[in-house]
Design a protein around this ligand. Structure first.
Ligand code: HEM
Ligand code: HEM
Ligand SMILES: [Fe+2]
Length: 480
Protein backbone atom coordinates (compact mmCIF):
# COMPACT_ATOMS: atom_id res chain seq x y z
CA UNK A 1 0.00 0.00 0.00
CA UNK A 2 1.41 3.38 -1.00
CA UNK A 3 1.41 6.11 1.62
CA UNK A 4 -1.42 8.59 1.61
CA UNK A 5 -0.68 11.53 -0.68
CA UNK A 6 1.60 9.58 -2.98
CA UNK A 7 0.63 8.83 -6.53
CA UNK A 8 -0.08 5.11 -6.81
CA UNK A 9 -1.90 3.39 -9.63
CA UNK A 10 -2.71 0.61 -7.16
CA UNK A 11 -5.32 2.95 -5.66
CA UNK A 12 -7.38 2.59 -8.83
CA UNK A 13 -9.55 -0.11 -10.35
CA UNK A 14 -8.86 -1.41 -13.89
CA UNK A 15 -11.20 0.97 -15.68
CA UNK A 16 -9.74 3.89 -13.76
CA UNK A 17 -6.19 3.00 -14.74
CA UNK A 18 -7.27 3.11 -18.37
CA UNK A 19 -9.09 6.37 -17.69
CA UNK A 20 -5.83 7.93 -16.51
CA UNK A 21 -4.32 7.19 -19.92
CA UNK A 22 -7.21 8.87 -21.70
CA UNK A 23 -7.03 11.85 -19.34
CA UNK A 24 -3.30 12.23 -19.99
CA UNK A 25 -3.79 12.19 -23.75
CA UNK A 26 -6.64 14.67 -23.35
CA UNK A 27 -4.42 17.10 -21.44
CA UNK A 28 -1.64 16.89 -24.02
CA UNK A 29 -4.13 17.61 -26.80
CA UNK A 30 -5.69 20.46 -24.78
CA UNK A 31 -2.21 22.00 -24.67
CA UNK A 32 -1.82 21.50 -28.42
CA UNK A 33 -5.20 23.10 -28.99
CA UNK A 34 -4.19 26.21 -27.09
CA UNK A 35 -0.82 26.41 -28.85
CA UNK A 36 -2.29 26.19 -32.35
CA UNK A 37 -5.09 28.60 -31.39
CA UNK A 38 -2.48 31.14 -30.33
CA UNK A 39 -0.59 30.68 -33.60
CA UNK A 40 -3.78 31.15 -35.63
CA UNK A 41 -4.60 34.21 -33.53
CA UNK A 42 -1.17 35.73 -34.24
CA UNK A 43 -1.79 35.21 -37.95
CA UNK A 44 -4.90 37.38 -37.65
CA UNK A 45 -2.62 40.16 -36.39
CA UNK A 46 0.45 39.46 -38.55
CA UNK A 47 -0.92 37.77 -41.68
CA UNK A 48 2.52 36.84 -43.03
CA UNK A 49 3.52 35.03 -39.82
CA UNK A 50 4.71 31.49 -40.71
CA UNK A 51 3.09 31.77 -44.14
CA UNK A 52 4.17 28.84 -46.30
CA UNK A 53 5.57 27.06 -43.23
CA UNK A 54 2.47 26.62 -41.11
CA UNK A 55 -0.54 28.18 -42.83
CA UNK A 56 -3.57 29.60 -41.04
CA UNK A 57 -5.77 26.90 -42.56
CA UNK A 58 -3.62 24.21 -40.95
CA UNK A 59 -3.32 25.95 -37.58
CA UNK A 60 -7.04 26.41 -37.47
CA UNK A 61 -7.68 22.82 -38.44
CA UNK A 62 -5.31 21.40 -35.84
CA UNK A 63 -6.79 23.81 -33.25
CA UNK A 64 -10.38 22.67 -33.72
CA UNK A 65 -9.56 19.00 -34.32
CA UNK A 66 -7.43 18.86 -31.18
CA UNK A 67 -10.40 20.41 -29.38
CA UNK A 68 -12.83 17.72 -30.52
CA UNK A 69 -10.40 14.88 -29.91
CA UNK A 70 -9.32 15.98 -26.44
CA UNK A 71 -12.91 16.34 -25.36
CA UNK A 72 -13.79 12.91 -26.71
CA UNK A 73 -10.75 11.42 -24.96
CA UNK A 74 -11.74 13.04 -21.70
CA UNK A 75 -15.31 11.75 -22.11
CA UNK A 76 -14.06 8.22 -22.73
CA UNK A 77 -11.81 8.63 -19.72
CA UNK A 78 -14.66 9.86 -17.52
CA UNK A 79 -16.83 6.92 -18.49
CA UNK A 80 -14.04 4.42 -17.87
CA UNK A 81 -13.50 6.24 -14.59
CA UNK A 82 -17.00 5.65 -13.29
CA UNK A 83 -17.75 2.36 -15.05
CA UNK A 84 -16.61 -0.25 -12.50
CA UNK A 85 -17.77 1.75 -9.54
CA UNK A 86 -21.19 2.40 -11.05
CA UNK A 87 -21.71 -1.11 -12.46
CA UNK A 88 -20.03 -2.85 -9.50
CA UNK A 89 -18.34 -5.11 -11.99
CA UNK A 90 -14.87 -5.15 -13.61
CA UNK A 91 -14.66 -3.83 -17.18
CA UNK A 92 -15.46 -6.77 -19.45
CA UNK A 93 -12.76 -6.22 -22.08
CA UNK A 94 -10.04 -4.29 -20.32
CA UNK A 95 -7.12 -5.72 -22.32
CA UNK A 96 -8.85 -4.87 -25.58
CA UNK A 97 -9.64 -1.43 -24.20
CA UNK A 98 -5.94 -0.83 -23.47
CA UNK A 99 -4.93 -2.02 -26.90
CA UNK A 100 -7.43 0.31 -28.50
CA UNK A 101 -6.09 3.22 -26.46
CA UNK A 102 -2.61 2.79 -27.98
CA UNK A 103 -3.99 2.24 -31.47
CA UNK A 104 -6.13 5.35 -31.14
CA UNK A 105 -3.20 7.44 -29.90
CA UNK A 106 -1.06 6.33 -32.85
CA UNK A 107 -3.85 7.20 -35.30
CA UNK A 108 -4.19 10.69 -33.84
CA UNK A 109 -0.42 11.27 -34.01
CA UNK A 110 -0.20 10.05 -37.60
CA UNK A 111 -3.14 12.17 -38.75
CA UNK A 112 -1.61 15.30 -37.25
CA UNK A 113 1.82 14.59 -38.78
CA UNK A 114 0.20 14.27 -42.21
CA UNK A 115 -1.73 17.54 -41.67
CA UNK A 116 1.55 19.28 -40.95
CA UNK A 117 3.50 17.69 -43.80
CA UNK A 118 0.92 18.04 -46.57
CA UNK A 119 -0.50 21.51 -46.18
CA UNK A 120 -1.48 22.25 -49.78
CA UNK A 121 -2.12 20.27 -52.94
CA UNK A 122 -4.77 19.02 -55.30
CA UNK A 123 -8.06 17.74 -53.93
CA UNK A 124 -8.65 14.22 -55.19
CA UNK A 125 -10.45 11.12 -54.00
CA UNK A 126 -7.15 9.88 -52.55
CA UNK A 127 -6.96 13.10 -50.51
CA UNK A 128 -10.16 12.14 -48.72
CA UNK A 129 -8.78 8.71 -47.96
CA UNK A 130 -5.28 9.67 -46.90
CA UNK A 131 -5.00 13.33 -45.94
CA UNK A 132 -8.21 15.08 -44.98
CA UNK A 133 -11.95 14.91 -45.61
CA UNK A 134 -12.15 18.68 -45.28
CA UNK A 135 -15.18 18.73 -43.00
CA UNK A 136 -14.55 21.27 -40.26
CA UNK A 137 -14.01 19.70 -36.80
CA UNK A 138 -13.94 16.15 -38.19
CA UNK A 139 -11.30 16.61 -40.88
CA UNK A 140 -9.59 13.25 -40.26
CA UNK A 141 -9.07 11.20 -43.46
CA UNK A 142 -11.26 8.23 -44.14
CA UNK A 143 -8.76 5.57 -43.11
CA UNK A 144 -8.66 7.22 -39.68
CA UNK A 145 -12.47 7.40 -39.64
CA UNK A 146 -12.61 3.66 -39.99
CA UNK A 147 -10.04 3.19 -37.22
CA UNK A 148 -12.08 5.51 -35.02
CA UNK A 149 -15.27 3.53 -35.70
CA UNK A 150 -13.52 0.30 -34.68
CA UNK A 151 -12.18 1.92 -31.50
CA UNK A 152 -15.56 3.20 -30.44
CA UNK A 153 -17.18 -0.16 -31.10
CA UNK A 154 -14.75 -1.71 -28.62
CA UNK A 155 -15.44 1.08 -26.17
CA UNK A 156 -19.17 0.61 -26.55
CA UNK A 157 -18.84 -3.12 -26.00
CA UNK A 158 -16.97 -2.41 -22.79
CA UNK A 159 -19.54 0.04 -21.47
CA UNK A 160 -22.68 -1.84 -22.46
CA UNK A 161 -21.14 -5.22 -21.53
CA UNK A 162 -19.98 -4.07 -18.10
CA UNK A 163 -23.32 -2.50 -17.19
CA UNK A 164 -25.20 -5.59 -18.44
CA UNK A 165 -23.09 -7.95 -16.37
CA UNK A 166 -23.12 -5.71 -13.32
CA UNK A 167 -25.60 -3.17 -12.01
CA UNK A 168 -27.60 -1.25 -14.62
CA UNK A 169 -28.22 2.08 -12.90
CA UNK A 170 -30.16 5.03 -14.30
CA UNK A 171 -26.87 6.74 -15.09
CA UNK A 172 -25.69 3.58 -16.86
CA UNK A 173 -28.88 3.31 -18.91
CA UNK A 174 -28.73 6.92 -20.06
CA UNK A 175 -25.06 6.53 -20.96
CA UNK A 176 -25.55 3.39 -23.03
CA UNK A 177 -28.45 4.80 -25.03
CA UNK A 178 -26.64 8.09 -25.49
CA UNK A 179 -23.49 6.38 -26.76
CA UNK A 180 -25.46 4.54 -29.45
CA UNK A 181 -26.69 7.91 -30.74
CA UNK A 182 -23.33 9.64 -30.32
CA UNK A 183 -21.31 7.02 -32.18
CA UNK A 184 -24.03 6.36 -34.77
CA UNK A 185 -24.04 10.03 -35.72
CA UNK A 186 -20.34 9.93 -36.54
CA UNK A 187 -21.24 7.82 -39.57
CA UNK A 188 -23.25 10.73 -40.98
CA UNK A 189 -20.01 12.64 -41.43
CA UNK A 190 -18.37 10.01 -43.59
CA UNK A 191 -20.30 10.18 -46.88
CA UNK A 192 -18.87 11.61 -50.00
CA UNK A 193 -21.14 13.81 -52.08
CA UNK A 194 -20.38 16.38 -54.73
CA UNK A 195 -23.27 18.58 -53.62
CA UNK A 196 -22.09 21.00 -50.95
CA UNK A 197 -25.61 21.58 -49.54
CA UNK A 198 -26.12 17.85 -49.09
CA UNK A 199 -22.67 17.55 -47.59
CA UNK A 200 -23.36 20.28 -45.05
CA UNK A 201 -26.81 18.86 -44.32
CA UNK A 202 -25.31 15.61 -43.07
CA UNK A 203 -22.21 17.16 -41.54
CA UNK A 204 -24.40 19.16 -39.17
CA UNK A 205 -25.92 15.90 -37.94
CA UNK A 206 -22.55 15.18 -36.46
CA UNK A 207 -21.60 18.63 -35.26
CA UNK A 208 -24.87 20.01 -33.96
CA UNK A 209 -26.38 16.73 -32.78
CA UNK A 210 -23.16 16.00 -30.98
CA UNK A 211 -22.67 19.17 -29.01
CA UNK A 212 -26.27 20.17 -28.48
CA UNK A 213 -27.77 16.73 -27.91
CA UNK A 214 -25.56 13.70 -27.32
CA UNK A 215 -22.57 15.42 -25.70
CA UNK A 216 -24.84 17.43 -23.43
CA UNK A 217 -26.61 14.25 -22.32
CA UNK A 218 -23.27 12.56 -21.69
CA UNK A 219 -22.24 15.53 -19.55
CA UNK A 220 -25.53 15.27 -17.64
CA UNK A 221 -24.83 11.61 -16.87
CA UNK A 222 -21.21 11.96 -15.76
CA UNK A 223 -22.06 15.10 -13.79
CA UNK A 224 -24.75 13.14 -11.95
CA UNK A 225 -22.10 10.60 -10.90
CA UNK A 226 -19.66 13.34 -9.89
CA UNK A 227 -22.31 15.02 -7.73
CA UNK A 228 -22.97 11.78 -5.90
CA UNK A 229 -19.24 11.35 -5.28
CA UNK A 230 -18.31 14.85 -4.15
CA UNK A 231 -21.43 16.01 -2.36
CA UNK A 232 -22.93 12.68 -1.38
CA UNK A 233 -26.21 13.63 -3.07
CA UNK A 234 -28.88 10.91 -3.02
CA UNK A 235 -29.01 8.87 -6.22
CA UNK A 236 -32.79 9.22 -6.63
CA UNK A 237 -32.44 12.98 -6.72
CA UNK A 238 -29.69 13.18 -9.33
CA UNK A 239 -31.25 10.51 -11.49
CA UNK A 240 -34.64 12.22 -11.48
CA UNK A 241 -32.99 15.47 -12.58
CA UNK A 242 -31.04 13.56 -15.18
CA UNK A 243 -34.19 12.15 -16.81
CA UNK A 244 -35.81 15.58 -16.90
CA UNK A 245 -32.71 17.18 -18.41
CA UNK A 246 -32.32 14.45 -21.01
CA UNK A 247 -35.95 14.78 -22.11
CA UNK A 248 -35.65 18.56 -22.44
CA UNK A 249 -32.27 18.34 -24.14
CA UNK A 250 -33.38 15.94 -26.84
CA UNK A 251 -36.79 17.65 -27.09
CA UNK A 252 -35.28 20.97 -28.09
CA UNK A 253 -31.83 20.01 -29.41
CA UNK A 254 -32.82 17.57 -32.14
CA UNK A 255 -34.96 19.95 -34.18
CA UNK A 256 -32.83 22.87 -33.01
CA UNK A 257 -30.54 21.48 -35.71
CA UNK A 258 -32.56 23.71 -38.03
CA UNK A 259 -30.59 26.79 -36.94
CA UNK A 260 -27.80 25.56 -39.20
CA UNK A 261 -30.14 25.02 -42.15
CA UNK A 262 -31.13 28.66 -42.65
CA UNK A 263 -28.75 29.57 -45.48
CA UNK A 264 -27.29 26.39 -46.93
CA UNK A 265 -29.86 25.68 -49.62
CA UNK A 266 -32.37 23.65 -47.57
CA UNK A 267 -36.16 24.29 -47.78
CA UNK A 268 -37.55 27.43 -46.19
CA UNK A 269 -39.54 25.67 -43.46
CA UNK A 270 -36.27 25.24 -41.57
CA UNK A 271 -36.37 28.95 -40.75
CA UNK A 272 -39.41 28.45 -38.49
CA UNK A 273 -38.49 25.00 -37.18
CA UNK A 274 -34.90 25.97 -36.44
CA UNK A 275 -35.84 29.33 -34.96
CA UNK A 276 -38.51 27.89 -32.69
CA UNK A 277 -36.84 24.76 -31.35
CA UNK A 278 -33.39 26.22 -30.92
CA UNK A 279 -34.91 29.11 -28.97
CA UNK A 280 -36.09 26.45 -26.49
CA UNK A 281 -32.62 24.99 -26.11
CA UNK A 282 -31.54 27.15 -23.17
CA UNK A 283 -34.33 25.63 -20.99
CA UNK A 284 -32.53 22.37 -20.11
CA UNK A 285 -29.41 24.41 -19.44
CA UNK A 286 -31.31 26.48 -16.89
CA UNK A 287 -32.48 23.21 -15.36
CA UNK A 288 -28.86 22.12 -14.99
CA UNK A 289 -27.95 25.33 -13.16
CA UNK A 290 -30.93 24.98 -10.84
CA UNK A 291 -29.98 21.37 -10.23
CA UNK A 292 -26.36 22.16 -9.30
CA UNK A 293 -27.32 25.09 -7.08
CA UNK A 294 -30.07 23.04 -5.45
CA UNK A 295 -27.70 20.20 -4.66
CA UNK A 296 -25.02 22.46 -3.27
CA UNK A 297 -27.64 24.32 -1.23
CA UNK A 298 -29.04 21.20 0.38
CA UNK A 299 -25.50 20.14 1.24
CA UNK A 300 -24.49 23.60 2.42
CA UNK A 301 -21.69 23.55 -0.20
CA UNK A 302 -19.87 20.92 1.85
CA UNK A 303 -17.90 18.64 -0.36
CA UNK A 304 -14.79 16.52 -0.38
CA UNK A 305 -13.10 17.88 -3.49
CA UNK A 306 -13.16 21.65 -3.77
CA UNK A 307 -11.39 22.04 -7.12
CA UNK A 308 -13.58 19.40 -8.79
CA UNK A 309 -16.71 20.94 -7.36
CA UNK A 310 -15.72 24.46 -8.39
CA UNK A 311 -15.33 23.19 -11.96
CA UNK A 312 -18.74 21.49 -11.79
CA UNK A 313 -20.35 24.78 -10.82
CA UNK A 314 -18.36 26.47 -13.60
CA UNK A 315 -19.84 23.83 -15.90
CA UNK A 316 -23.42 24.64 -14.94
CA UNK A 317 -22.93 28.38 -15.42
CA UNK A 318 -20.55 28.12 -18.39
CA UNK A 319 -22.93 25.85 -20.23
CA UNK A 320 -25.85 28.13 -19.54
CA UNK A 321 -23.95 31.26 -20.61
CA UNK A 322 -21.93 29.91 -23.54
CA UNK A 323 -24.46 27.61 -25.11
CA UNK A 324 -27.72 29.00 -23.73
CA UNK A 325 -27.30 32.77 -23.70
CA UNK A 326 -24.61 33.17 -26.38
CA UNK A 327 -26.42 30.63 -28.56
CA UNK A 328 -29.81 32.22 -28.10
CA UNK A 329 -28.45 35.65 -29.07
CA UNK A 330 -28.00 34.66 -32.72
CA UNK A 331 -30.35 31.74 -33.16
CA UNK A 332 -33.42 33.49 -34.57
CA UNK A 333 -33.18 33.70 -38.37
CA UNK A 334 -33.97 37.42 -38.28
CA UNK A 335 -30.78 37.98 -36.28
CA UNK A 336 -28.68 35.20 -37.75
CA UNK A 337 -29.08 36.82 -41.18
CA UNK A 338 -26.70 39.49 -39.90
CA UNK A 339 -24.45 37.52 -37.57
CA UNK A 340 -24.00 34.29 -39.56
CA UNK A 341 -20.36 33.30 -39.88
CA UNK A 342 -18.98 36.41 -38.18
CA UNK A 343 -16.78 36.55 -35.09
CA UNK A 344 -20.07 36.48 -33.22
CA UNK A 345 -20.19 32.79 -34.08
CA UNK A 346 -16.59 32.31 -32.92
CA UNK A 347 -17.41 34.12 -29.67
CA UNK A 348 -20.23 31.67 -28.99
CA UNK A 349 -18.14 28.69 -30.17
CA UNK A 350 -15.36 29.46 -27.69
CA UNK A 351 -17.54 30.09 -24.65
CA UNK A 352 -19.86 27.16 -25.38
CA UNK A 353 -17.15 24.56 -25.88
CA UNK A 354 -15.22 25.74 -22.87
CA UNK A 355 -18.22 26.29 -20.61
CA UNK A 356 -20.09 23.11 -21.45
CA UNK A 357 -17.27 20.63 -21.89
CA UNK A 358 -13.79 21.77 -20.85
CA UNK A 359 -15.11 22.52 -17.35
CA UNK A 360 -16.63 19.11 -16.62
CA UNK A 361 -13.58 17.36 -18.04
CA UNK A 362 -11.29 19.33 -15.74
CA UNK A 363 -13.56 18.39 -12.83
CA UNK A 364 -12.95 14.73 -13.66
CA UNK A 365 -9.19 15.30 -13.82
CA UNK A 366 -9.41 16.48 -10.21
CA UNK A 367 -11.52 13.51 -9.16
CA UNK A 368 -8.84 11.29 -10.69
CA UNK A 369 -5.99 13.09 -8.92
CA UNK A 370 -7.75 12.69 -5.60
CA UNK A 371 -8.12 8.96 -5.92
CA UNK A 372 -4.64 8.48 -7.41
CA UNK A 373 -3.24 9.87 -4.20
CA UNK A 374 -5.28 7.48 -2.07
CA UNK A 375 -8.54 9.37 -1.54
CA UNK A 376 -6.86 12.34 0.05
CA UNK A 377 -8.78 15.21 1.54
CA UNK A 378 -9.07 17.83 -1.21
CA UNK A 379 -11.23 20.39 0.51
CA UNK A 380 -10.19 23.67 2.11
CA UNK A 381 -6.70 23.91 3.61
CA UNK A 382 -4.86 22.01 0.93
CA UNK A 383 -1.14 22.17 1.73
CA UNK A 384 -0.73 25.20 -0.57
CA UNK A 385 -4.05 26.69 0.66
CA UNK A 386 -5.44 25.73 -2.72
CA UNK A 387 -3.54 28.60 -4.35
CA UNK A 388 -2.70 26.77 -7.55
CA UNK A 389 -6.16 25.47 -8.33
CA UNK A 390 -7.70 28.84 -7.54
CA UNK A 391 -5.22 30.63 -9.79
CA UNK A 392 -5.66 28.25 -12.68
CA UNK A 393 -9.44 28.29 -12.25
CA UNK A 394 -9.45 32.10 -12.33
CA UNK A 395 -6.98 32.51 -15.19
CA UNK A 396 -8.67 29.95 -17.41
CA UNK A 397 -12.11 31.43 -16.84
CA UNK A 398 -10.98 35.05 -17.16
CA UNK A 399 -9.04 34.09 -20.30
CA UNK A 400 -12.01 32.49 -22.03
CA UNK A 401 -14.44 35.23 -20.93
CA UNK A 402 -12.06 37.93 -22.16
CA UNK A 403 -11.68 36.18 -25.52
CA UNK A 404 -15.43 35.77 -25.78
CA UNK A 405 -16.17 39.44 -25.14
CA UNK A 406 -13.41 40.58 -27.52
CA UNK A 407 -14.80 38.36 -30.28
CA UNK A 408 -18.31 39.56 -29.59
CA UNK A 409 -17.21 43.15 -30.16
CA UNK A 410 -15.46 42.13 -33.39
CA UNK A 411 -18.61 40.27 -34.45
CA UNK A 412 -20.76 43.27 -33.65
CA UNK A 413 -18.65 45.48 -35.94
CA UNK A 414 -18.98 42.91 -38.71
CA UNK A 415 -22.76 42.49 -38.37
CA UNK A 416 -23.32 46.22 -38.20
CA UNK A 417 -20.84 47.62 -40.72
CA UNK A 418 -20.48 44.79 -43.18
CA UNK A 419 -23.98 43.34 -43.14
CA UNK A 420 -26.54 45.85 -41.85
CA UNK A 421 -25.05 49.06 -43.26
CA UNK A 422 -22.83 47.80 -46.06
CA UNK A 423 -25.29 45.20 -47.39
CA UNK A 424 -22.71 42.39 -47.35
CA UNK A 425 -20.73 43.83 -50.23
CA UNK A 426 -17.11 42.95 -50.89
CA UNK A 427 -15.90 46.44 -49.95
CA UNK A 428 -18.04 46.45 -46.78
CA UNK A 429 -16.33 43.24 -45.73
CA UNK A 430 -12.92 44.93 -45.85
CA UNK A 431 -14.28 48.06 -44.22
CA UNK A 432 -15.36 46.00 -41.22
CA UNK A 433 -12.10 44.06 -41.12
CA UNK A 434 -10.04 47.23 -40.99
CA UNK A 435 -12.26 49.09 -38.53
CA UNK A 436 -10.32 50.02 -35.37
CA UNK A 437 -12.84 48.30 -33.10
CA UNK A 438 -12.45 45.08 -35.01
CA UNK A 439 -8.67 45.32 -35.01
CA UNK A 440 -8.44 46.16 -31.32
CA UNK A 441 -10.81 43.36 -30.43
CA UNK A 442 -8.56 40.88 -32.23
CA UNK A 443 -5.61 42.14 -30.17
CA UNK A 444 -7.57 41.66 -27.00
CA UNK A 445 -8.47 38.14 -28.05
CA UNK A 446 -4.77 37.40 -28.28
CA UNK A 447 -3.99 38.95 -24.90
CA UNK A 448 -6.68 36.89 -23.19
CA UNK A 449 -5.49 33.84 -25.12
CA UNK A 450 -2.18 34.18 -23.30
CA UNK A 451 -3.99 34.54 -19.98
CA UNK A 452 -5.72 31.26 -20.79
CA UNK A 453 -2.38 29.67 -21.62
CA UNK A 454 -0.93 30.65 -18.24
CA UNK A 455 -4.04 29.23 -16.58
CA UNK A 456 -3.48 25.98 -18.44
CA UNK A 457 0.16 25.75 -17.33
CA UNK A 458 -0.82 26.30 -13.70
CA UNK A 459 -3.56 23.69 -14.11
CA UNK A 460 -1.09 21.06 -15.28
CA UNK A 461 1.26 21.95 -12.44
CA UNK A 462 -1.58 21.66 -9.95
CA UNK A 463 -2.80 18.34 -11.34
CA UNK A 464 0.70 16.96 -10.87
CA UNK A 465 1.02 18.22 -7.31
CA UNK A 466 -2.44 18.64 -5.71
CA UNK A 467 -2.83 16.45 -2.67
CA UNK A 468 0.91 15.82 -2.34
CA UNK A 469 2.07 15.53 1.27
CA UNK A 470 -1.57 15.51 2.35
CA UNK A 471 -2.05 13.30 5.35
CA UNK A 472 -5.78 13.49 5.87
CA UNK A 473 -8.06 11.00 4.23
CA UNK A 474 -11.32 11.90 2.49
CA UNK A 475 -14.31 12.31 4.80
CA UNK A 476 -17.16 10.54 3.20
CA UNK A 477 -20.21 12.73 3.39
CA UNK A 478 -23.39 11.02 4.37
CA UNK A 479 -26.25 11.36 1.88
CA UNK A 480 -28.81 13.86 3.18
C1 HEM B 1 -22.56 23.09 -25.69
C2 HEM B 1 -23.34 23.43 -26.63
C3 HEM B 1 -22.90 24.20 -27.84
C4 HEM B 1 -21.68 24.25 -28.46
C5 HEM B 1 -20.40 23.54 -28.06
C6 HEM B 1 -21.82 25.12 -29.60
C7 HEM B 1 -20.80 25.43 -30.48
C8 HEM B 1 -20.98 26.09 -31.68
C9 HEM B 1 -19.95 26.29 -32.67
C10 HEM B 1 -18.50 25.86 -32.56
C11 HEM B 1 -20.52 26.93 -33.73
C12 HEM B 1 -19.82 27.33 -35.02
C13 HEM B 1 -19.99 26.25 -36.02
C14 HEM B 1 -19.32 26.56 -37.32
O1 HEM B 1 -18.14 26.25 -37.47
O2 HEM B 1 -19.97 27.11 -38.22
C15 HEM B 1 -21.92 27.13 -33.40
C16 HEM B 1 -22.84 27.74 -34.22
C17 HEM B 1 -24.10 28.10 -33.79
N1 HEM B 1 -24.68 27.85 -32.56
FE1 HEM B 1 -23.89 26.76 -31.10
N2 HEM B 1 -23.11 25.58 -29.63
C18 HEM B 1 -23.80 25.05 -28.58
C19 HEM B 1 -25.11 25.29 -28.25
C20 HEM B 1 -25.94 26.18 -28.89
C21 HEM B 1 -27.28 26.53 -28.47
C22 HEM B 1 -27.98 25.99 -27.23
C23 HEM B 1 -27.75 27.44 -29.38
C24 HEM B 1 -29.08 28.17 -29.43
C25 HEM B 1 -29.80 28.43 -28.41
C26 HEM B 1 -26.72 27.61 -30.40
C27 HEM B 1 -26.83 28.39 -31.52
C28 HEM B 1 -25.92 28.42 -32.56
C29 HEM B 1 -26.17 29.04 -33.85
C30 HEM B 1 -27.43 29.79 -34.28
C31 HEM B 1 -25.03 28.85 -34.63
C32 HEM B 1 -24.78 29.30 -36.07
C33 HEM B 1 -23.98 30.55 -36.11
C34 HEM B 1 -23.83 31.07 -37.51
O3 HEM B 1 -24.85 31.19 -38.22
O4 HEM B 1 -22.72 31.42 -37.92
N3 HEM B 1 -25.63 26.85 -30.06
N4 HEM B 1 -22.17 26.62 -32.13
C1 HEM C 1 -5.14 30.51 -26.50
C2 HEM C 1 -6.39 30.54 -26.66
C3 HEM C 1 -7.08 30.47 -28.00
C4 HEM C 1 -6.87 31.21 -29.12
C5 HEM C 1 -5.88 32.33 -29.33
C6 HEM C 1 -7.83 30.75 -30.11
C7 HEM C 1 -7.91 31.23 -31.40
C8 HEM C 1 -8.74 30.76 -32.38
C9 HEM C 1 -8.72 31.16 -33.77
C10 HEM C 1 -7.80 32.19 -34.37
C11 HEM C 1 -9.68 30.47 -34.42
C12 HEM C 1 -10.02 30.55 -35.90
C13 HEM C 1 -11.08 31.59 -36.14
C14 HEM C 1 -11.39 31.77 -37.59
O1 HEM C 1 -11.51 30.81 -38.34
O2 HEM C 1 -11.52 32.91 -38.01
C15 HEM C 1 -10.34 29.64 -33.44
C16 HEM C 1 -11.41 28.82 -33.70
C17 HEM C 1 -12.04 28.06 -32.73
N1 HEM C 1 -11.63 27.86 -31.42
FE1 HEM C 1 -10.12 28.81 -30.50
N2 HEM C 1 -8.60 29.76 -29.56
C18 HEM C 1 -8.16 29.56 -28.26
C19 HEM C 1 -8.66 28.66 -27.35
C20 HEM C 1 -9.80 27.92 -27.55
C21 HEM C 1 -10.46 27.14 -26.55
C22 HEM C 1 -10.00 26.99 -25.10
C23 HEM C 1 -11.57 26.61 -27.14
C24 HEM C 1 -12.62 25.71 -26.57
C25 HEM C 1 -12.55 25.04 -25.48
C26 HEM C 1 -11.58 27.02 -28.54
C27 HEM C 1 -12.53 26.66 -29.48
C28 HEM C 1 -12.56 27.08 -30.79
C29 HEM C 1 -13.61 26.76 -31.73
C30 HEM C 1 -14.86 25.93 -31.43
C31 HEM C 1 -13.28 27.37 -32.95
C32 HEM C 1 -14.11 27.35 -34.24
C33 HEM C 1 -15.05 28.55 -34.16
C34 HEM C 1 -15.87 28.84 -35.37
O3 HEM C 1 -15.70 28.23 -36.42
O4 HEM C 1 -16.73 29.73 -35.27
N3 HEM C 1 -10.49 27.81 -28.75
N4 HEM C 1 -9.74 29.82 -32.19
FE1 LIG D 1 -26.33 24.09 -33.29
Amino acid sequence: MAALGEIALSNLNGGQKLAIKYFSLAIVLFGAQILFGLLAGIQYLVPGFLFGVLDFSINRMVHVNALVVWMLCAFLGSIYWLLEDEAQHPVVGLKLGNLVFWAFTSVVALVVIVYLLVQTGRGEISTIWLITEGREYIEAPRWADIAIVVSVLVFFYNVAGTFSKGRFTGIGGVLVIDLIALFGLYLAGMFYTTNISLDQFWWWWVIHLWVEATWEVLVGAVLAYALIKTLGVRREIVETWLYIEVALMFGSGILGLGHHYFWIGTPEYWLSIGGFFSALEPIPLVAMVVHAVYDSGTHKMENNNHPAFAWMIANAFGNFLGAGVWGFMHTLPQINLFTHGTQWTASHGHLAFFGAFATINIAFFYLAVQKLRGDVWMSAELPDQGRKWKWSFSLLNIGILGMTVALLIAGYVQSQLERAIGGSSWSAYFEAQSHPWFQQAIWWRQVFGFVLLIGFIVLVWDLLTAGKRETRVIQLLKPA
